[in-house]
Design a protein around this ligand. Structure first.
Ligand code: GLN
Length: 504
């Protein structure tokens, strides 16, 4: 396997699509290329390559070029906000004014929002150029991108394998260098697990850090948007723009947004890293385990101390999540009834027939499964047995982390139990699929931030190191990830087959 970027480390010798967001900003500032040029370059690549990966649902060729032109003009006039002219992509869960927002579902195949999500607006204000909307599991339910109405996304490292989910489109697009960065969302692992399986960097912020307004709701107490890119530095640049207090989101937290790039270069001397023993038990692929241990050894060399810790309720995270998330989903998805917007069945004979056929036709199997489970858990007589019990377990899980953070600064372990698996491998067994998120789900239940950083290749497939931080400690997590990326080159490795002849 060849790793194209590794041999070509000098910024201005990199092909356009090999540049990081930091490189692109520097190149635009230095006048080496224009936003129109780099945007066109990415649009050409999407045209050439995305037939294979299926990472985009919608490509905004015309509006992207118009935004790029406007950005070039702004820059020429001396008014260049943070991401002026930088191409990005949005997960198709973020509402975009005038551009179809499908959430990976037939239900919303015809939905063109009349407004932008706050996240989308934040990127527009920062001058970013939106290449398109990325593919995803239907309503963000899944870990493999196999539940999308628009077909599965293929992992650029091995197209017989899944990219992870639910933000598999964003992850695959970044990994294949079809965009330098993308937005994503994480309810139980959907930023970190696909980032791990596609060999890129992804960050799920603290709950409340990024506005959920205009981000189609799956499980409102768990959903959180965050960035995906190739490096920690790029994630910091994206998070600077993505994070904001939003009065339109009642769970948004009114807290200053720091400059997430400010601490990237702090040395790691004295950093205390908690290693939960429960994250290295049965079910973890030995190659993944080795890669994580090697990564931890690398951090020790930089002055970090490893502290063995216990998160005793880890085993209960997946069962608690699969009560709470479906319960919230069953309530959130009740709005899709054929009355207001989205799919409506043909010729309903009465209201009830319309509800039933609209929902039967519009939702896929996994979404239906979640609605059934959720409605059951919330029904009279079962609420106390399931929903209330799951909320009590959630409290215990949170307490495990609160106790751990009394002793350590960050917690680390694998992001997911194994590298990318083949299509269909877990198709008949929802529980096997649910266990993909065994190391990521607890952080969502606790509302903590987590990130995944590439830390090795197992059978030529990427695996991720997970970094869990304390509440609002994203700067420190990014610092640790950036320092790791200064002494390793896993984040610079790229899949074969993505370097095609193109406009360069
Ligand atoms: N894989 C988990 C699920 O299917 C998490 C999804 C997510 O984070 N959006 O619910």
């Amino acid at each position: 396997m060849t790793h194209s970027i590794k041999d070509n480390p000098i910024t201005d010798k990199k092909a356009m699509h090999q540049k990081t967001i930091a490189d692109i900003i520097a190149g635009l500032n230095a006048g080496e290329f224009t936003s129109v040029e780099i945007t066109q370059h990415y649009l050409n690549r999407i045209k050439q390559l995305d037939g294979t990966y299926n990472s985009f649902i919608t490509v905004n060729e015309e509006s992207a070029l118009a935004q790029a032109e406007a950005a070039d003009k702004r820059r020429a006039e001396g008014d260049a906000p943070a991401l002026c002219g930088v191409p990005i992509a949005h997960k198709d869960i973020f509402c975009t004014n005038g551009v179809r927002t499908s959430c990976g579902s037939k239900m919303l195949d015809n939905f063109v929002p009349p407004y932008d999500a706050t996240v989308v607006e934040n990127f527009a204000n920062a001058g970013a150029v939106v290449l398109g909307k990325t593919n995803m599991d239907e309503f963000a339910m899944g870990s493999s991108n196999e539940t999308s109405f628009y077909g599965p996304v293929k992992n650029p490292w091995d197209t017989n394998t899944v990219p992870g989910g639910s933000s598999g489109g964003s992850a695959a697009a970044v990994a294949a260098h079809l965009t330098p960065g993308a937005t994503a969302t994480d309810t139980g692992g959907s930023i970190r697990q696909p980032a791990a399986l596609c060999g890129i960097t992804g960050l799920k912020p603290t709950y409340g850090r990024v506005s959920r307004w205009g981000m189609i709701a799956f499980a409102s107490s768990l959903d959180q948007g965050g960035p995906m890119a190739r490096t920690a530095e790029d994630c910091a640049l994206l998070l600077n723009v993505m994070a904001s207090f939003d009065p339109k989101d009642s769970t948004s937290i009114d807290r200053e947004v720091p400059d997430y790039t400010a601490n990237l270069n702090q040395p790691l001397d004295g950093l205390k890293v908690g290693i939960p023993k429960e994250y290295f038990e049965e079910g973890l692929n030995p190659g993944t385990e080795q890669a994580v241990h090697d990564a931890l050894a690398e951090l020790e060399k930089q002055g970090a101390t490893l502290v063995s810790i216990s998160l005793p309720h880890t085993k209960l995270a997946v069962p608690a999540y699969y009560v709470i998330a479906p319960a919230e989903a069953s309530a959130n998805l009740s709005r899709f009834d054929g009355v207001r917007y989205g799919h409506r069945c043909e010729d309903p004979k009465d209201l009830r027939d319309m509800y039933m056929r609209t929902r039967a036709e519009g939702f896929g199997d996994e979404v239906k499964r979640r609605i059934l489970v959720g409605a059951y858990c919330l029904s009279a007589g079962y609420y106390d047995a399931y929903y209330r019990k799951a909320q009590q377990v959630r409290r215990l899980i949170k307490q495990d982390f609160v106790d751990a953070f009394e002793q350590v600064d960050v917690i680390m372990g694998p992001t997911s139990p194994s590298p990318a698996f083949e299509f269909g491998a877990k198709g008949d067994d929802p529980v096997a699929m649910y266990l993909e998120d065994i190391y990521t789900i607890a952080t969502n239940l606790a509302g903590l931030p987590g990130m995944s950083v590439p830390c090795g290749l197992v059978d030529d497939k990427p695996v991720g190191l997970q970094i869990i931080g304390n509440y609002f400690d994203e700067s420190r997590m990014l610092n640790v990830a950036h320092q790791f990326q200064q002494v390793t080159d896993w984040h610079q490795q790229a899949p074969t087959g993505i370097d095609v002849e193109g406009a360069e």
